[in-house]
Ligand binder design. Structure first.
Ligand code: NAD
Length: 465
């Protein structure tokens, strides 16, 4: 095993693989970093001449790609070659919730991980370090090790777990200034050498005190636990938001008051229409599944409640729109500002907007959407994925706009579903003038100023007040 890393391969050019490797390449100009993917379209987009056209939108990312690409950062579809050349292979492929068979709807689907392990075993002709970057169920390294050792060419593999803690929307800042880097590996001397080799890569820009090393199982479980705790905070404040609405308390005031307690802290206490994103729900479901598979039903039920609360929050937001608009939204135009699951990303996976649009289309509403980064094609694909109605029926009921003011014309209500900063600075008087009266705003992100909107004439409702 080489103790100094000179060539890295990353399998998976997605929201994690792309930005993570771009930052490693920028910070380690002596290391050649090749990101590979089977998706030829995605790789072609990463190689776009204009780096503003790369497939993932993250503030600051296109500048880093422009600096490193072609120097020591490469995007390719030649998976075999990149594996063959590398000292270290990061596995950064998707691990979605299973949609079939045992564990359907809960367990992580590890088929892409297994394919990577088999490919690495087939190709590798010298010793390699294999790094789990994807979020994986605890003890997955055991399966990867078994595949590598039983189907390989007799070379040595060291498996490390190095989960990624970046948040979409702030991925570049998070990668440049991480709270910590976590690396898990075997306690054997070979395992420790592999850990050290990876520590040295990160030490190019991260203080060594922030690089935490553990055994491999602790590292795997820490990532699921971190996401479960973060999502739990959102569901906790959302649970209180409903109580606020009934009692005259204001959830922003409650969040501020409790967040000043240093034992609680102020982050992740913003009440909203519910969390989205590709990770929280999938990782908690996976945690629930793991607990159940060990017969720990109380533990499973405890974490399941975080998801139940999140689904309830989305549902009651849609129900409230219908109820407030005099119990019918049939043929009424309802404008969504935002479709991405959070601001500063073009990722829409599990976005609350998808579920709310679906519920309102069931009530025969006409949905109009403006999002600064999400194209119509993606919105329709998101709705299609739910399999509630035909693609054609969704397309008929969902209109999309390039201009937010046009999107709001003649609408009965505006729903804020993503906290894009630009929504705050809109000319709300102009929007009000163009809408049907009474004009409603349902603020699913607690983004706008209630008294300003009410002074214009809007009927304004926010989550938790
Ligand atoms: N998105 C996040 O914010 C985030 C944060 C931390 C961790 N994670 C975890 O990181 C992993 C990747 O997430 P993502 O959001 O980047 O997913 P993604 O779907 O954006 O990207 C995964 C990529 O892997 C490619 N791929 C799949 N199988 C392949 C194979 N056999 N060979 C080559 N390429 C293959 C796919 O084509 C896809 O482009 C997941 O396990 C996720 O849970 C995600």
């Amino acid at each position: 095993m080489k103790s100094k890393i000179t060539k890295i391969c990353c399998i998976g050019a997605g929201y994690v693989g792309g930005p993570t490797m771009a930052v490693i390449a920028q910070k380690c100009p002596d290391i050649q970093v090749t990101v590979v993917d089977l998706n030829t379209e995605r790789i072609a987009a990463w190689n776009s001449e204009n780096t503003d056209d790369i497939p993932i939108y993250e503030p600051g990312l296109s500048t880093i790609v422009a600096e490193a690409r072609g120097r020591n950062l490469f995007f390719s579809t030649d998976v075999e070659l990149a594996i063959d050349e590398a000292d270290v292979i990061f596995i950064s492929v998707n691990t979605p919730t299973k949609t079939y068979g045992k564990g359907k709807g809960m367990a992580a689907d590890l088929k892409y991980i297994e394919l990577c392990a088999r490919e690495i075993a087939k190709v590798a002709k010298d010793n390699k370090i294999v790094v789990e970057k994807s979020t994986l169920p605890v003890r997955t390294a055991e399966a990867i090790k078994s595949i590598l050792n039983n189907t390989g060419n007799g070379v040595q593999f060291q498996i490390l777990s190095n989960p990624e803690f970046l948040a979409e929307g702030t991925a570049v800042t998070d990668l440049l200034h991480p709270d910590r880097i976590l690396i898990g590996g075997d306690p054997t001397p070979e395992g420790q050498t592999a850990i050290q080799a990876l520590v040295e890569v990160y030490a190019n820009w991260v203080a060594v005190e922030k690089i935490v090393t553990t055994n491999i199982w602790s590292s795997e479980l820490s990532k699921l636990t971190a996401n479960a705790f973060l999502a739990q905070r959102i569901s906790s404040i959302n649970a209180i938001s409903e109580l606020c609405e009934k009692t005259g308390a204001n959830v922003n005031e409650v969040a501020r008051a409790i967040g000043m307690d240093s034992r609680i802290g102020s982050k992740f206490l913003k009440a909203s229409v519910g969390f989205g994103g590709s990770c929280f729900q999938k990782d908690i479901l996976n945690l629930v599944y793991i607990a159940k598979s060990y017969g720990m039903n109380e533990i499973a039920d405890y974490w399941d409640q975080v998801i139940i609360m999140n689904n309830h929050q989305k549902k009651r937001f849609a129900d409230n729109i219908v109820q407030t608009l005099y119990n019918t939204v049939a043929d009424k135009k309802i404008t969504f500002l935002g479709w991405a699951f959070k601001k500063d990303t073009n990722d829409t996976r599990e976005s609350a907007a998808i579920y709310i649009a679906n519920d309102l289309i069931n009530e025969q509403a006409k949905i109009a959407v403006y999002d600064p980064k999400v194209p119509r094609k993606k919105m329709l694909a998101d709705l299609d994925y739910l399999e509630t109605r035909s693609y054609k029926a969704n397309a008929k009921n969902l209109d999309t706009f390039e201009n937010p003011y046009e999107a709001c014309e003649n609408a009965h209500a505006v729903a804020i579903l993503t906290e894009w900063d630009e929504f705050i600075t809109y000319n709300w008087q102009k929007i009000y003038d163009a809408m049907q009266k009474p004009a409603f705003v349902f603020d699913g992100r607690n983004l706008l100023n209630k008294s300003e909107l009410e002074a214009i004439g809007f009927i304004y409702q926010a989550i938790g007040s």
